[in-house]
Write a protein that binds this ligand. Structure first.
Ligand code: ADP
Ligand code: MG
Length: 726
């Protein structure tokens, strides 16, 4: 047996939960302790500066250099008092990870014997950074302009401190763009999409007679799923280290068929790890609140309370980082890949999303009064139109290498994006469309067009449909098809962009309807257009089993988008419709959109290339030699006169031959993939089909051998060990 597997197995028994001593503190004692938040701003800035700064954060506008200097100085003093020696512009390039380059506060003044050290941090340093950014994915944008990039402070997301064992760092959330202003990150488009959806929603709210709203923000609550395994297993598996998923491994006798892991008792080492992570998250201001075992063995979930999308996205990135770090301290590895283990559930990241006004209305909340119900139904119509027309964008927004194993497979949201409304609401919508809102508009025209006569809308629609990729859950929509490893910024950006389009469309139609019939008041026109929108787009509403074959056929009949694979989905990104949509909402210009697409193709192809290479290496350098050794042991030890025994030997021989054949084919396919360099789409298609098929064949040959080879010879930790021993 390989040394690392033996060591991992031997070490596991002695491991105890790591005890974290929090000295009887309460979450209230530590929450935001590492955040330069409102309390710090208020205490450390002159009142007028504090007010100006807060106004700019809320309403936008120019930050005067003198104000920036004061904020920077306060931030520095606070950070230094908390042990920080360095600061960093913290940003999110197109890698699904965060990036940071640290600079210290130190400056040397004077020379020779007269020099002295001062700690300094200016408004200029706070606002803008110029990292040498030539090594980040840029989809070709920066080769055409200058190779420089810059980071710009995102004032809407508070700065925070991270602690190393021997010092701390002030992290300033920033956006990352090219010198010519093109987005090179996920934050910039997200902020733009927030603006776009806000503008559209405020416009529609005016038509609904709501005049006091000046801003609408999108909210996001992220349910993060992940796997946790013992670190020694992780260390002994090159595939987990390089690709984040196991590319080989036979199925254990027990997987998740007993359904005994979901909501099961948290095992002591895991509980301690989760608790430790939560204390760290609370210090960082991440309102982590829910923890539980998920469906697959060794799978877990952590979820915070929802926040504005920009902060929620930052906090989700922090959550993944904190979980990874904390896992290491507890001798675990946290895995965020969508499908780290074949045969058991994969991981997702439910994005609970809603729109809220600065006056405190949740636009996705059915209300107690007709006004609120009209608002709710109109914005719901916009959501339904979004899914109906822009299902391609929603599908593209969740296209990640790992998510390809979930979407359309028989455990997770299907690749067809439909919307689940719940039986009661679905019926109401059906009736509205059938009756053309007639009963209401004609009998009670004075009462807000009779919306008051609507049947009571369900307030806490309990959602029992777990197969829907996009579900209404009472006062929010839950985008369930998002992958566990990806930043939420992309799905939310595309969703907001598509929503801005739908909301503007409804508003445009209202203007048109009123032009045609000037007697119609604003709300009456909105009501009419809301029903019309439901009529045109109710095909997107589906409450049945999203995994079934019948739904696939039905969805096709309804003309819904069904983009089965990542390359098909990404291809749609730059379609005329989508280029227009992103340009109109000022989220991506055509160069940025093309760059986004190129980066996503590249990310996919490279990821599969790495998986394929690591599988090849593991099999050819460890599985194959082990198999040959085992075969020769058999040949040496069997009774050659027994037909049964020589039959067994030749069966093993056949398995080895299968493996060799598969390896040879995989090598050929890998070579071919390299030759396709240049056409990103074609290359991605080839990886998705030929390379994945070849990997599958190699894996199945290897897994067949794992089942017969002498257990003490097998080189890598097995599924039965990784998923069940802690
Ligand atoms: P479940 O989806 O399992 O029913 P919850 O309803 O508790 O779980 O919420 C899941 C996530 O949705 C949490 O992060 C929660 O804060 C968030 N959430 C609740 N209300 C809203 C809302 N109006 N907008 C966005 N997210 C919300
Ligand atoms: Mg949920």
């Amino acid at each position: 047996m390989f040394y690392s597997r033996i060591k991992a197995l031997e070490g596991i028994n002695g491991k105890e939960a790591v005890q974290i001593d929090y000295h009887g503190q309460s979450p209230a004692d530590v929450f935001d302790a590492d955040v330069f938040g409102d309390k710090e701003l208020r205490e450390r800035l002159p009142p007028s500066t504090y007010k100006t700064f807060k106004d700019i954060v809320r309403d936008g506008g120019h930050l005067e250099p003198t104000i920036a200097d004061q904020v920077a100085s306060a931030m520095k003093d606070w950070a230094i008092s908390r042990g920080a020696t360095h600061f960093t512009h913290w940003f999110q390039p197109l890698t699904n990870l965060t990036a940071e380059k640290h600079d210290s506060f130190i400056q040397v003044q004077g020379e020779s014997y007269d020099r002295k050290l001062v700690l300094n941090f200016s408004g200029k340093q706070l606002i803008k950074g110029e990292p040498d950014a030539s090594s980040f994915p840029n989809g070709g944008i920066r080769s055409t302009s200058e190779a420089r990039g810059y980071t710009a402070w995102d004032m809407t997301s508070p700065s925070f401190i991270t602690h190393g064992k021997s010092g701390s760092t002030l992290c300033i959330p920033t956006a990352f763009a090219s010198w010519t202003g093109e987005a090179l990150d996920t934050k910039t488009p997200l902020l733009r999409s927030n603006e776009a959806v806000s503008k559209a929603a405020v416009r529609l709210l005016r038509l609904l007679g709501v005049d006091d709203v000046t801003h609408v923000h999108s909210n996001l609550g992220v349910e993060q799923e992940f796997f946790v395994i013992d670190r020694s297993f992780y260390n002994a598996r090159p595939d987990l280290r390089f690709a984040g998923r196991s590319v080989l491994g036979a199925q254990p006798a027990k997987g998740q068929q007993m359904e005994d892991h979901y909501f099961g008792k948290l095992e002591p080492r895991i509980l301690s790890f989760m608790q430790d992570a939560e204390w760290r998250l609370w210090r960082l201001g991440v309102p982590s609140t829910t923890r539980h075992n998920e469906v697959a063995p060794s799978q877990y979930e952590l979820a915070p309370i929802y926040e504005g999308v920009s902060v929620a996205c930052d906090h989700n990135m922090l959550m993944m980082e904190v979980l990874k770090e904390t896992a290491r301290d507890h001798d675990f590895a946290a895995l965020f890949h969508e499908k780290p283990f074949a045969g058991v559930n994969g991981s997702g990241k439910h994005n609970n999303w809603s729109l809220g006004t600065n006056t405190g209305i949740n636009l996705m909340e059915p209300g107690d009064n007709p006004q609120q119900n009209l608002i709710f139904l109109t914005f719901t119509a916009a959501v339904v139109r979004t899914v109906s027309l822009h299902g391609d964008l929603l599908r593209a927004s969740i296209a990640t290498p790992g998510n390809e194993h979930r979407l359309g497979a028989n455990e997770a949201p299907p690749a067809i994006i439909s919307v689940f409304m719940g039986a009661h609401l679905e019926e109401i919508i059906e009736n509205l469309v059938k009756e053309n809102g007639k009963n209401w508009t004609e009998t009670k025209p004075h009462m807000c067009l009779g919306v008051s006569a609507l049947p009571k809308l369900p307030r806490d629609a309990s959602d029992r449909n777990r197969t829907s990729p996009f579900a209404f859950t009472g006062n929010k929509f839950e985008f369930r098809a998002v992958g566990s490893s990806q930043t939420c910024a992309r799905p939310i950006t595309y969703l907001n962009a598509a929503m801005a389009d739908s909301i503007h469309h409804i508003a445009d139609r209202v203007d048109q309807v009123r032009k045609e019939d000037p007697k119609l008041d604003r709300q009456a026109a909105v009501w009419k257009v809301t029903i019309e929108t439901f009529r045109e787009h109710k095909r997107a509403i589906f409450g049945g089993n999203g995994y079934s074959q019948e739904w696939r056929e039905e969805a096709e009949k309804r003309g819904l988008w069904h983009l089965r694979t990542l390359p098909e989905a990404l291809q749609q990104l730059t379609s005329e419709k989508n280029a227009k949509l992103f340009a109109a909402s000022e989220i991506f210009n055509s160069a940025e959109l093309a760059a986004q697409q190129a980066t996503l193709y590249e990310y996919y192809s490279k990821s599969i290339q790495i998986e394929s290479d690591v599988l090849y290496d593991m099999v050819s350098s460890a599985v194959l030699p082990t198999a040959l050794e085992f075969r020769s042991n058999i040949v040496k030890n069997i009774d050659g006169h027994s037909k049964t025994q020589s039959g067994y030997a030749s069966k093993v021989s056949d398995l080895v031959t299968n493996l060799l054949v598969a390896l040879e084919e995989q090598e050929k396919v890998n070579e071919e993939a390299k030759r396709l360099h240049g056409n990103e789409h074609e290359q991605a298609v080839f990886f998705r089909s030929s390379v994945c098929d070849a990997m599958e064949a190699t894996r199945s040959a290897s897994d067949a051998l794992e089942r017969v080879i002498d257990d003490k010879l097998w080189p890598y930790p097995k599924y039965s060990e990784m998923l069940f021993l802690k």
